[in-house]
Ligand binder design. Structure first.
Ligand code: ADP
Length: 579
């Protein structure tokens, strides 16, 4: 209900300005704000909150029917050094150690100034998030980190599922409008400066937004095989952990107005992705003691090495996948694993042999791997050279999850400075244009450390909001105008149980499998994992029916004529998990 009140207020304000003629004199302008932000993922939402708190009017354009982007899928946590939470636990981390780890992890090609800025501001950003109502109290060990600095909520739930609802609540409190189903397609240039955005609503109609500052926060391009294979032909055919909206739009828009890009060929595969559901198993599982074995039941690599090394090592194994092995202690310590267990991706055995049987690996070998690991922990000396996450796996029952690498994060992107100003191919600042988050390049170099994506999006998202609002307000305040007849509505409110669900129902030609994500009581994502329907018919279900369910938070939507069986199957599958 609160959301509806906000919506009504926004409409009234918009109407008032439209009627009083206060909107832009240019008739073609459908909306305006001091700061127009493209993309309502982590970086965009952080920027919006900060810009609104600095007194700017803000509009967020989001092409999908839900907010959160890839950010909602973040598993581990946010890296930060020297925080109150680390100090309380006696962890003597420093921003310099975070800089050193990030540079080393990124093979020393990162932009040192950006890395410095992120590390120096990470602790303050944790305080800022705490002030917004986020619990960041539990620092965990990440791969490639000298200290436990991956901050997450007590109990270790997946961070995206906790942080996105907190950011959305804060948008709502400030009355910030998100225009869902509104896809930015190009930037408007006036002389050297960027002064607006051309977008399309769901019907394909063009909308024009004027803003003194434009922030690109559209995320990476890990969901576009066309794009990632263009920069890295060796990754053609790889699956992805990314949400379908991660298609690099902002990078292309920025290049069209002369922006420079950096490190585009630096694409990270995550080594531990469950292949059927594409759920990412955070490295904090390994940080807690988990090991990996191949189909022969043998360990093959020090499991806390960087993601690129682990991905390559798994692809060298006979079946190109591995089993992540852990025990009851690890399971008990991580709410995220308990969520995964409810998703049905975890195998279990009362003894190592029973687990081995469940996953079809040789029992003796698996027992030897677990016992060998426990001995390595006891003697603090691992034959494979692992040095962190040294915790034994001696509390049965034991568990296994199948993992293989998938495209996970695109490290390259738009070139920015520490003020998030976009830099042109000539090395000049492009006035009025800012960028933050995965759409930018330079922070992670050749390899991103786990926990640094959230740090990047939060530190630079907040920074973009700060700098862009200051610049915009210097040029003069723009009253908020939202487009008349545009898609103004934030999501309707659902009342469902949070979690990630896999649902199946029989369609015309076979099973349709969906992945449904519920956060903060709302259905935030419905992804078709597999189907055998005729694509030409099914695409209307994906394009119209599924977004309709998300927008209305209900399966009481019009079915697609000509695709009745497919529509009914999808709605039945969704109903089966919502009930
Ligand atoms: P980050 O973590 O950097 O914030 P995310 O992937 O979490 O990146 O968020 C990026 C958001 O931008 C997603 O919600 C995505 O749907 C949105 N987006 C991508 N391209 C466009 C576009 N052309 N117009 C509007 N929103 C976009």
């Amino acid at each position: 209900m609160k959301r509806n009140a906000t919506l009504l207020l926004t409409i009234i304000i918009a109407l008032a300005f439209t009627l009083s003629g206060a909107a832009s004199a240019e008739a073609a302008t459908d909306g305006q704000a001091d700061v127009v932000i493209i993309g309502a993922g982590g970086a965009g939402m952080a920027a919006a909150i900060q810009a609104a708190d600095a007194g700017a009017s803000v509009i967020l354009l989001e092409k999908m029917d839900y907010a959160g982007g890839n950010f909602i899928r973040s598993e581990g946590g946010m890296n930060a050094a020297g925080t109150v939470f680390q100090k309380a636990l006696g962890i003597e981390d420093t921003p310099q150690a975070m800089v050193d780890d990030t540079m080393k992890g990124g093979k020393n090609i990162s932009d040192i100034e950006l890395v410095n800025f992120m590390a120096q501001n990470s602790s303050d950003t944790i305080d800022w998030l705490t002030g917004l109502g986020m619990d960041m109290s539990e620092p965990a060990q990440g791969a490639g980190a000298s200290y436990p600095r991956m901050h997450r909520s007590a109990g270790g739930a997946k961070i995206g599922g906790v942080l996105v609802p907190v950011l959305m609540e804060n948008l709502e409190k400030r009355g910030i409008t998100i225009l869902y189903g509104t896809k930015a397609v190009s930037l408007i240039k006036d002389g050297a400066a960027i002064t607006g955005v051309i977008a399309q609503d769901k019907t394909g109609d063009e909308l024009t937004f004027k803003g003194n500052s434009i922030i690109i926060a559209t995320g990476g391009f890990g969901a576009s095989e066309e794009q990632f294979a263009k920069y890295r032909p060796d990754l053609a055919g790889f699956s992805t952990t990314n949400h379908p909206g991660a298609t690099g739009d902002g990078i292309v828009m920025a290049q069209d107005v002369g922006a420079a890009v950096v490190d585009m060929e630096q694409i990270q595969t995550n080594p531990t992705v469950e292949p059927t559901t594409r759920i990412v198993l955070s490295e904090t599982v390994r940080g807690n003691g988990a090991i990996m074995v191949n189909v022969e039941g043998n360990r093959f690599i020090a499991e806390m090495l960087t993601r690129d090394v682990l991905s390559a090592a798994i692809l060298e194994q006979p079946e190109k996948y591995a089993w992540l092995i852990f025990d009851q202690r690890v399971m008990d310590s991580m709410a995220a694993l308990q969520q995964d267990d409810r998703m049905g991706i975890v195998s279990r055995g009362e003894t190592p042999e029973a687990l081995a049987e469940a996953i079809s690996v040789p029992g003796e070998a698996l027992r030897a791997s677990i016992e060998g690991w426990n001995a390595a922990v006891a003697g603090n000396s691992d034959p494979l050279g692992r040095e962190t996450g040294m915790m034994d796996l001696s509390t049965g029952p034991w568990y296994a999850i199948k993992v293989s690498p998938a495209v996970h994060y695109t490290m390259g992107g738009i070139k920015i400075d520490t003020q998030t100003q976009v830099i042109s191919t000539e090395g000049e600042i492009i006035p009025g244009l800012y960028a933050a988050g995965e759409t930018t390049g330079g922070v992670h170099g050749a390899n991103r450390l786990g926990g640094n994506a959230v740090a990047d999006a939060m530190v630079f998202g907040k920074r973009a909001g700060e700098v862009a609002s200051e610049y915009a307000l210097q040029l003069g305040h723009m009253e908020l105008v939202v487009p008349d007849g545009g898609e103004i509505s934030p999501l309707a409110e659902g009342n469902y149980t949070d979690g990630e669900y896999i649902a199946t129902a029989p369609g015309r030609n076979g099973a349709i499998e969906l992945r449904i994500v519920v956060y903060g009581g709302n259905i935030t994502q419905i992804e078709v994992l597999s189907h055998s329907e005729t694509q030409a018919i099914f695409q209307a279900v994906e394009r119209d029916l599924i977004p309709g369910v998300i927008a209305s938070q209900s399966t009481d939507v019009d079915i697609i004529s000509g695709a009745t069986m497919s529509s009914d199957a999808v709605l039945a599958a969704i109903d089966s998990v919502l009930s």
